[in-house]
Design a binder for this molecule. Structure first.
Ligand code: GLA
Length: 385
């Protein structure tokens, strides 16, 4: 990949670039908890975005996306959100840097990668992390990784329009091979937890449903959680997010007001607790009990939080009673994308074939499967000069 992107860069810009890799992510458990100040347990994977960059002498921004074979050109003082969508992840970062007062010159960039798009593996967060990391290095801005993660999140809010939590960027930036990151989204403190899965692998089944509802419904869920917190806060001013809320408070103050909001909040409060128990299972190398909790998470996401879809439910149901599958659930924002499955190594090929044979004729969509390896986070692959 590094040779390929450098060659494309050379041909387009006749220059030797700095190259950065930033991975996609999986999330073992802890879904829709990040923007509620809870915990998440993501890990960076072996599918990544690559960005090659070099400085220019003027103030032009010249971008090229290999996948789409598209160019975007503007300047540091005139750029706006682009209809093309992909440039927004880079422009959002430039916007954040400029708002914080960092002075840049123009730059050239080529973006490539093998994170499947729209599959819920956070290709957009990977582009944002790659861009901020590359520009930090190129212009020697001396940013800390956590600052870069926060800028990437803000870039998504302002330039992509989705009020995402911090998980995806954090996982891409801080990933560590063979480890999950237990991240406290309130304090941003984190701990690496070794993924001792033994002869079990992480298998992703991509529904190939593009999550078109995802961004609007995502913002609605966020708002519903905030509403629940506001009702509780009328009685207990110490409560600032669902992280601080107990089931007792939900039953007392939210249930009588609105059953739907109650269901949403209940899922989140339970998921935050479930993650703690899942981490205990992982620390005891009890993958069976971790897997059971993943099935419970799916149930909550599907019935209470209502961010699943028929294709995701179908895939989870299809593996539910299989001896080779220890756990499965929909992953990420929802309404499409992938399921994450813990599968016994020796049965992976057979399982993929079986599930595909069931899924494709019923859903009339292709099923793509990946075995995810857990890799390091954002890194420089090639420095300039
Ligand atoms: C998307 C968002 C994340 C997180 C998940 C749900 O991936 O980008 O911040 O909220 O959905 O857990």
């Amino acid at each position: 990949m590094i040779e390929k992107i450098s060659a494309i860069f050379k041909e387009k810009f006749n220059d030797d670039p700095l190259v950065v890799r930033s991975p996609g992510r999986v999330n073992i458990i802890g879904e829709h908890t990040d923007y509620n100040n809870g915990f998440v347990l993501p890990a960076a994977i072996d599918k990544a975005i690559y960005i090659a960059v070099s400085k220019r002498d003027d103030d032009k921004i010249d971008l090229h996306a290999v996948d789409f074979n598209e160019d975007y050109k503007s300047t540091l003082s005139t750029f706006e959100r682009s209809e093309l969508q992909w440039p927004n992840y880079v422009l959002g970062i430039v916007d954040q840097l400029q708002k914080k007062g960092y002075s840049l010159t123009g730059f050239n960039a080529v973006i490539d990668g093998d994170v499947p798009l729209g599959a819920g593996l956070s290709s957009s967060a990977a582009v944002e992390c790659a861009a901020v990391f590359a520009l930090n290095e190129l212009f020697d801005l001396q940013l800390q990784k956590k600052e870069m993660v926060q800028m990437a999140q803000m870039a998504e809010h302002s330039f992509a329009g989705v009020k995402v939590g911090i998980m995806d960027m954090f996982a891409s930036m801080f990933g560590k091979a063979e480890h999950a990151i237990k991240l406290d989204c309130q304090s941003l403190e984190y701990e690496y937890i070794p993924l001792h899965l033994g002869k079990v692998k992480i298998v992703l089944f991509n529904t190939n449903v593009k999550h078109s509802l995802a961004s609007s419904e995502y913002n609605v869920r966020r708002h519903q959680c905030e509403q629940g917190v506001a009702w509780i806060k009328e009685h207990d001013t110490d409560v600032n997010s669902l992280r601080d809320v107990t089931m007792h408070q939900l039953n007392e103050y939210v249930l009588p007001k609105d059953e739907l909001i109650y269901k949403r909040c209940k899922y989140v409060v339970e998921e935050i607790q479930r993650l703690q128990r899942a981490c205990d299972s992982l620390q005891k190398d009890d993958i069976g009990s971790l897997g059971k909790k993943m099935f419970e998470t799916h149930e909550g996401l599907s019935k209470e939080y209502e961010v699943s879809c028929k294709e995701l439910d179908f895939l989870v149901n299809a593996v539910k009673n299989k001896e080779a599958v220890l756990g499965a659930r929909m992953m990420g924002g929802g309404f499409g994308g992938c399921t994450i499955n813990l599968v016994k190594e020796e049965s992976i090929d057979e399982l993929i074939n079986e599930v595909r044979a069931l899924y494709e004729p019923r859903m009339n969509l292709p099923l793509t499967a990946y075995v995810a390896q857990i890799e390091n986070g954002t890194e420089i692959l090639k420095s300039v000069g």
